[in-house]
Design a protein around this ligand. Structure first.
Ligand SMILES: [Zn+2]
Length: 242
C-alpha cells in the first residue's frame, strides 16, 4: 500500500524553459545541451538541494521512457529524494532558444534550470511530506483544512500550476544573481522575456508578472536564509495584484 501511495505521489514537472524568439543571436551560439552539460548542471543544483537536506538522483529521460524535453523532476516521497531527468533529444522551440544563448552563458543558465527543478521538489516535499500548506498555498486558499489528497486535486488547476512555476522561476533568478552577480540582470530579463513571449503557447508557465517585479526589486536575497526560502517569500510578496 505504501508503495502504491508513493507511486501516486510521484509528480512530474514538465520542463518549463522553452523557446524564445531569436532576437539577439550571438555570433557563435551555444549548441543544444549535451548529456555532460546537463549532468553537470544538475550536479551543481544538487549542491543547493543538499543544503536543504534533499538528495538528488539523475536519470536519462529517454532510458526510462519519459518524453519531457530537456529537464523534468519528481519527488519520490518514499525515499525523500528529488529525481531529475535530462533529455538530450532536441526539441523544436528549445533548439531556437539555445541559438540565442552565448556558450559562456550556457553553464549558468542550465544550472538555473536545474535549480528550477529542485525548487519543484522542495515545494512537493513541503506539501506531501511536511504538509505545510500554509507555506505553499496562495493567499485565498484555505490551508488549515487542506489535505494531501485535496492538494493533489488542486495542484492541477491553472492557478496553482502557474503559482508553482513562479516559485521555481524565482529560485532560478535568485540563483542567477548569486552565481553571476555582474551579469544576472541580462540573463534574468531573458528568462522573463521568454515566459512573456510564450504566454500564448504555454500560459501555465507565464511567470513573467512575478519575474519582472522580482527583477525590478533587485532580486535581493535576505542573509542567513536559503535561496528557496527566499523564493517562497518573494512569490507571495510579488504576486500579480498583490
Ligand atoms: Zn517547472
Amino acid at each position: 500500500m505504501k508503495t502504491c501511495i508513493a507511486a501516486l505521489l510521484l509528480l512530474v514537472c514538465r520542463i518549463c524553459f522553452s523557446q524564445v524568439l531569436p532576437t539577439d543571436k550571438p555570433e557563435h551560439p551555444a549548441a543544444y545541451p549535451t548529456e555532460s552539460q546537463l549532468r553537470t548542471a544538475i550536479e551543481n543544483a544538487a549542491k543547493l538541494a543538499k543544503a536543504e537536506d534533499l538528495d538528488v538522483e539523475i536519470f536519462d529521460a529517454q532510458k526510462v521512457g519519459m518524453t519531457q524535453p530537456l529537464l523534468a523532476a519528481r519527488l519520490n516521497v518514499a525515499t525523500d529524494t528529488c529525481q531529475i531527468f535530462y533529455n538530450t533529444k532536441p526539441e523544436d522551440g528549445l533548439t531556437q532558444y539555445f541559438e540565442t544563448i552565448a556558450p559562456n552563458d550556457l553553464p549558468v543558465l542550465l544550472t538555473a534550470m536545474a535549480v528550477h527543478e529542485v525548487a519543484h521538489c522542495i515545494e512537493y516535499r513541503e506539501a506531501y511530506v511536511r504538509k505545510r500548506f500554509d507555506k505553499i498555498l496562495p493567499p485565498g486558499f484555505r490551508s488549515d483544512s487542506m489535505t494531501v489528497q485535496g492538494y493533489m486535486g488542486a495542484v492541477k488547476s491553472p492557478t496553482l500550476r502557474t503559482w508553482r512555476e513562479a516559485l521555481a522561476d524565482i529560485a532560478s533568478v535568485l540563483y542567477l544573481k548569486q552565481a553571476t552577480p555582474n551579469h544576472w540582470l541580462e540573463l534574468a530579463k531573458g528568462v522573463a522575456g521568454m515566459r512573456h513571449d510564450l504566454a500564448r503557447k504555454w500560459p501555465g508557465h507565464d511567470t513573467s508578472p512575478w519575474l519582472y517585479r522580482v527583477i525590478a526589486a533587485g532580486a535581493n536575497e535576505p542573509r542567513n536564509q536559503s535561496l528557496f526560502e527566499t523564493a517562497f517569500q518573494l512569490r507571495r510578496l510579488y504576486r500579480p495584484g498583490g
